[in-house]
Design a protein around this ligand. Sequence first.
Ligand SMILES: [Zn+2]
Ligand SMILES: [Zn+2]
Length: 244
Amino acid sequence: MGDIRRWTPEKIRQVIRESNKQSANGSQKYVEWENSAILTDYEFIPCLCDESCWCRRHSCSGHYRIKEITFDQFLETYTKLWIPPNARENINNAVRFGAPFKGRQRNAVKPLQRLKDNWSDILTRVRGYNKCGLCDSPFSVVGDVTNLYQGKMWSQLLYDSVVPFDTKSQARIKRAGYTDPTKDFRAMNNELFNDLKKFSEASGMEVDGIRNLDSPWDVVTHLERPCGGQPLSRVLDKMFYAPQ
Ligand SMILES: [Zn+2]
Ligand SMILES: [Zn+2]
């Protein structure tokens, strides 16, 4: 059992708000790119789960799904979300044209190349998975994840179902009692979402309320609130992730 079910809504809001504040002040401006990504690359589809699904029993109205975008657009969003500005062009050239790249983010290149080579197939599979992380049926379309760049890639493909990690949040996730994502990424995700459900049941918060635990537009006021609120992966990620 992990820590999330013991947190209060106030504590979660406060932790996430601090994460957003740090992002807004940092050089990478993550919170801005995240907002632009959700508005351009994702659609909010009606929830088609039946009444027995956990999400439906907690007033779920819909799930985020990646749009039918090109790999190049996916890669552009990937570098803006997850790669520091000075390495973006190099990653882009390495993935698309095989240019040599030996920088710190080199482990991103091979998984992204494999994704490029199988783009239409993988896009069809993730778009066919029309659930969210709070649904009863756990996702089964995630490929191998052994490093943080693969985790980020799958989170971007399944923004409402897969929580990414980085070195700092990995340590915090472990400290909070969850499985090390580099050992079993799927187990970590299942445990986080299970505890989010327990938290929701204890606090009486419905799916909309969970999404609204993260409101970056309260911190950076020119951000646009997406129609469905925040993707669920953002909420869980920011409970453990802060840029500083
Ligand atoms: Zn639903
Ligand atoms: Zn569901």
